[in-house]
Design a protein around this ligand. Sequence first.
Ligand code: AMP
Length: 208
Amino acid sequence: MRLLLVAPPGAGKGTQATKLAARYGIAHLSSGEMLRKEVTARTEIGRIAADYLRRGDLVPDELVIAMLAPAVLEATRSGGYVLDGFPRTLNQAQEAYRVSKQVEGIELQAVLHLVVSRRELHRRFEARAAKEGRNDDTEATFMHRLEVFDSQTEPLLGFYSERGLVVDIDGEQPVDKVFADVVTAVQPLVSEVPGGAPALDSLPPSSR
Ligand code: AMP
């Protein structure tokens, strides 16, 4: 199974991706988490990425693509993946799409869009900042990350909608209810047959 979760900061992407990975035995590829590890380990990527993360700006596409591409390839070979946070710009999506056309059986099958209101996002942000203390979790940075989502990530949904891949999920419900809807949405992809499951847009609308 090959999935992408798209959602504004604080909408529960990471939580749902972790649950999906555990349930279906697929790799959870979180670009934000991978970048934070690079920063902590003070690698070359981490040194460049650190300032972007602190400001809540997006790290340059080339860097993220170079970091993610091997992981996506590897995960494709071993059961699939749920992408959490990548692609995050139209350019990243176009580049990933271009590459996916060249590698058999790597392309996305569904894009799950968690829909959460601004008011609820703000409430969750305050709770998370108190609990985790991530250094990109200041109020100003959070507001900036929302703007970045609107201007740079939201356009992804149009790109993937045109390809029939997007499923909207009500992300304001309790975590387990959100997950139940996520499971229902990916159910048509579960009957993995040799050669891979079909993409969502090749299935009749009634089974999406
Ligand atoms: P996240 O954990 O998904 O909220 O991501 C945390 C931060 O990592 C973001 O605010 C960006 O600075 C950076 N980041 C994560 N994924 C990407 C991506 N695909 N492209 C560029 N920057 C990213």
